[in-house]
Design a protein around this ligand. Structure first.
Ligand code: CO
Ligand code: CO
Ligand code: CO
Length: 321
């Protein structure tokens, strides 16, 4: 959709636009000085869970994630909301409170926003952060020999779809909500501290879709080890019942030509790697010599991480073993 717009902004006219439409990434980056750049992003969506407070917190966590995915530290945010006029005011207030409390937890000042009326609720943030221009984490930063590291498990899309169909165990929903409201702040800080330069966050396009974007931008091949990829137990169970979000089906249609699965992996397992996540973890490409320091760093911050694969030389492709 952005294709007609992309050519309108010639990068040479905007030398301080370090990351823009010509080189799509998690957020735009604008250089302010030699050692400081602004990271700017926005994200909003319709409810993924029933509880309005959790919904607000998930939407805010997800919007801030794109700043963290660039290695940035968000400091300012604005609300974007579309709320049905007939929705009780207490519910709208809970959505906004969930988002605001998450922003505060992140150390981000919520400074305003804009709300319109709409039939279906929509909520999210505009988020602004700072990053050092030489320390950005981008989709182009993966190099052959790097380890691929993930900071949250997969399966949130599958679990929230089971919830929408009244087939979810509340304990599974609670577990998914805990992960979806977990900020990517510590994972990003741990990665930045050891000099990770390649990465993105795993959201609607799934591990394989966002992995593919990274493979293309970095001109590398990814090898994933299925048994090392963390997947929530509830999602595995619902996958056996073939409960998947529509987004996962779209992801499979779109990305499967770029992926080869080991034949021992059944279709349900494959679909879980196409899981359309909301507020997923960071997918980091970590130079081999920095893996140990990253894990030590993450452990001291109480941040779980999983090595799920490696980056190889070759035409962009994803091999799942
Ligand atoms: Co992103
Ligand atoms: Co996003
Ligand atoms: Co206004």
């Amino acid at each position: 959709m952005l294709r007609p717009v992309q050519g309108m902004f010639d990068p040479s006219d905007f030398p301080d636009l370090l990351v823009g439409l010509g080189d799509p990434d998690d957020a735009a980056v604008w250089r302010l000085s030699e050692d400081r750049a602004l990271v700017i992003t926005t994200d909003f969506f319709t409810p993924v869970v029933d509880d309005p407070y959790d919904y607000g917190a998930i939407a805010a966590t997800n919007a801030l994630s794109d700043v963290y995915a660039m290695g940035g530290q968000p400091f300012l945010a604005l609300n974007i909301a579309a709320l049905p006029p007939d929705m009780p005011a207490e519910i709208s207030a809970e959505i906004l409170r969930g988002g605001a409390e998450k922003a505060r937890e992140a150390g981000v000042a919520l400074a305003g926003g804009h709300t319109i009326q709409d039939k279906e609720p929509k909520y999210g943030l505009v988020a602004i952060g700072f990053v050092h221009p030489q320390r950005m984490i981008t989709k182009r930063g993966a190099r052959p020999g790097d380890a691929l590291v993930l900071s949250k498990p997969l399966g949130f899309g599958t679990i929230t779809t089971a919830l929408k169909r009244d087939q979810a165990d509340p304990a599974d929903v609670a577990e998914a909500v805990r992960w979806m409201t977990r900020l990517n702040k510590l994972a990003s800080q741990a990665a930045s501290a050891v000099g990770v330069r390649g990465g993105t966050d795993v959201t609607g396009f799934s591990l394989l879709g966002h992995g593919w974007e990274m493979a293309v931008a970095s001109e590398v091949r990814l090898r994933l080890f299925f048994d090392r990829i963390p997947i929530l137990d509830g999602a595995k169970r619902y996958a056996q019942e073939w409960i998947f979000p529509g987004g996962s089906m779209d992801n499979r249609l779109y990305y499967s030509p770029h992926v080869h699965f080991d034949p021992r992996l059944d279709e349900a397992s494959q679909m879980l790697l196409f899981d359309a996540q909301t507020s997923g973890g960071l997918l980091l490409s970590v130079p081999a010599e920095k893996v140990e320091a990253l894990f030590a760093n993450a452990q001291s911050l109480d941040q779980p991480l999983w090595v799920i694969g490696e980056v190889e030389q070759g035409e962009p492709f994803i091999e799942v073993n």
